[in-house]
Design a protein around this ligand. Structure first.
Ligand code: FE2
Length: 281
């Protein structure tokens, strides 16, 4: 028997709220995890309101979705990374500012790893103003293209860099900053990702720096236009966090960003990352 979960769509092209699943079942029931993966493929983003998932249970659940990242994350539970702008809790807080721009995680990997498959994020403390997380489907973005564009874009390759994302946050970098950003290898990806399933999506985001073989300005304008179309207001789901909410997204099929919030905000989200197993091609 196949387990199904009750999904209520949240926006026209992305997102669904899952009802009737509690934290215990999510952590322990393998059939629910299977159903979550199927729903993620369909909706891109799943929202569980007021779930109050314990960090240990979040890790146990994420582990059922795939291999997870156990790198130390400024949190006592292995597999949990603390997302906060508070430097006393997370020394990489400065880098998180780049998450205010639309991006897909893992487009400029250190060693060519495929982008993360999924991210699980739970709200421990929320901002009084700002801090919402927004999502837009890159599958829907591809599907909205005309035939001529599909044909043309299918042949393009795009160079992604850490510098491109960081420049949006720090437009006047110091030589030290530039050196640090440039130490990260750039990655070249096709603009159109053809998945194992046969579906296609656009690989866009603030990290997309230029189009190979195209005039730099023209390429940037094209990438900017495609990102704007992908994230047009009618194509976005914006999650307003309440304490206890858990949101899961398919990192390979959506772009996301956080709305800015003050650096002294108590906002604290706990993240678990599921490694990817599908290279962009
Ligand atoms: Fe991110």
């Amino acid at each position: 028997m196949t387990t199904t979960i009750d999904c209520v769509p949240l926006a026209a092209t992305v997102g669904a709220e899952v009802r009737g699943v509690d934290a215990e079942r999510l952590a322990a029931d393998g059939a629910v995890a299977e159903a979550v993966l199927a729903a993620l493929e369909r909706y891109g983003v799943l929202v569980f309101r007021g779930l109050h998932l314990a960090p240990e249970d979040q890790v146990a659940f994420a582990r059922r979705l795939g291999e997870i990242d156990y790198e130390p994350g400024h949190h006592p539970v292995r597999g949990i990374y603390r997302v906060t702008l508070d430097k006393s809790k997370n020394a990489s807080a400065d880098y998180l500012k780049a998450t205010f721009e639309w991006h897909m995680d893992g487009c400029t990997p250190l060693h060519g790893e495929p982008p993360q498959k999924a991210t699980v994020l739970s709200a421990k403390q929320v901002a009084e103003g700002g801090g919402e997380t927004e999502f837009a489907s890159t599958y829907a973005a591809y599907e909205a293209l005309g035939d001529a564009e599909r044909e043309r874009f299918g042949a393009l390759r795009v160079v992604h860099t850490l510098e491109a994302s960081q420049r949006r946050v720090h437009p006047d970098p110091t030589p030290e900053q530039l050196e640090r950003w440039r130490a990260r290898p750039s990655s070249t990806h096709p603009l159109v990702w053809t998945r194992r399933t046969g579906r296609r999506s656009l690989v866009v985001g603030v990290h997309a720096d230029h189009v190979v073989g195209m005039d730099a300005g023209e390429g940037r304008a094209l990438l900017r236009d495609l990102l704007d179309r992908t994230t047009a207001p009618g194509r976005v789901y914006r999650h307003e966090w309440s304490v206890g909410d858990t949101v899961i997204w398919d990192n390979t099929g959506v772009v996301h960003r956080a709305a800015p919030y003050p650096p002294d905000s108590p906002r604290e989200l706990l993240r678990t990352t599921v490694f990817g197993d599908e290279p962009i091609r």
